[in-house]
Design a protein around this ligand. Structure first.
Ligand SMILES: [Zn+2]
Length: 339
């Protein structure tokens, strides 16, 4: 594809989609809501082995709710994690490819349904159904693989270097780049070191699909590991392989300030998909209401986030197809008013 087209393809997609796009919502937590037991180091990737049809269903639910970007179930799918379960390198690579195939299949089913409805003269959602849809291959952080909470502390200890992280992610990124995905979503990035590792990896491997870098934060100034969002977004800005920069799995109340900061250091599209604002209690293994400012009215923030410069908006953990339906309705009403 070449670097020039890698850089502009998300912008082209946004131009074709009216200047904004709706990202899907939480995948793992939605699989759990449907009864999947993800208490496992592979988390949502466990369903790639045990119940891929449930992943297809959740992807379809998000498309029906108005999402235009599906994120694959590879967040915690790593070759090292599969090997720890006795799954060979070859089988692990096949499972990584499978995560993208499952999302592509959901897109095919959705498009086929639309064509059949159109042929039979059945109205099924009007313009919503004709939109272009992208499949993003998810890459979770090294901390997500460790499954010890470090994806939310960003603290990998002194022994983990830039090279450790590049070696850890290299083969997975190569496989996902060749899987038929439209882009790679590097999600929940907890620190600048991992962002730098991804940027160098994309350059060294000359990855031929665009990427977005999405950081996790727990305030309005820094990413979870303590590096400033300005520094982290600058790493993404200076990498030609990165086509969008943003924030995911972060409480809604911090998002506006973070968008403003990111906009100061990059003109690339800004992607944001916050969580529901609840916090995960790792000891009790459950989500709990946060104290302080309520995030319940998540969707009422969406217009402000768009005005502040975010063009790709969706949800992360504990958001559902209902959240995405409401985001989609808000953005579509807003854009038709401004025409
Ligand atoms: Zn999340």
């Amino acid at each position: 594809m070449g670097i020039a087209s890698v850089g502009c393809s998300i912008s082209d997609f946004l131009d074709k989609s009216g200047g904004y796009a709706v990202v899907d919502g939480g995948l793992a937590t939605e699989l759990e809501r449907h009864g999947a037991d993800l208490n496992d180091p592979l988390w949502s990737a466990k369903c790639l082995i045990s119940s891929p049809q449930l992943i297809t269903k959740v992807h379809l639910d998000y498309l029906d709710a108005g999402a235009s970007i599906l994120i694959s179930a590879s967040y915690q799918a790593t070759l090292q994690g599969f090997e720890a379960k006795g799954i060979s390198r070859g089988q692990g690579e096949a499972l990584l490819r499978r995560s993208v195939e499952v999302a592509c299949e959901a897109r095919d089913i959705y498009n086929r349904r639309y064509r059949e409805c159109a042929r039979d003269g059945v109205a099924n959602g009007g313009d919503l159904a004709t939109r272009p849809i992208l499949v993003a291959a998810s890459v979770g952080s090294y901390g997500a693989y460790l499954a010890d909470g470090s994806e939310y502390s960003g603290n990998y200890g002194e022994s983990v270097t830039l090279e450790t992280l590049k070696d850890f992610h290299r083969r997975r990124v190569q496989v996902l780049a060749e899987s038929g995905a439209d882009l790679i979503a590097f999600e929940t990035i907890p620190n600048k070191l991992e962002a730098t590792a991804y940027a160098e990896l994309l350059e060294e491997e000359d990855i031929n699909i665009p990427a977005w870098f999405s950081f996790a934060s727990n305030d309005v100034v820094n990413v979870v590991g303590g590096d400033s969002i300005l520094d982290c977004a600058s790493v993404a800005d200076s990498c030609d392989y990165v086509a969008a920069v943003g924030i995911n799995c972060t409480p809604p109340r911090y998002i506006h300030g973070l968008i403003v900061s990111i906009g100061k250091v990059t003109s690339k599209p800004i992607v944001i998909y916050p969580n529901s604002g609840e916090a995960y209690d790792g000891l009790r293994k459950e989500w709990v209401k946060s104290t302080g400012i309520e995030d319940e009215d998540f969707v009422s923030y969406v217009g402000k986030w768009h005005d502040a410069g975010a063009s790709l908006i969706g949800g992360c953990c504990r958001t559902t197809p209902n959240t995405i339906r409401a985001i989609s309705a808000t953005l579509s009403t807003k854009s038709s008013r401004s025409l």
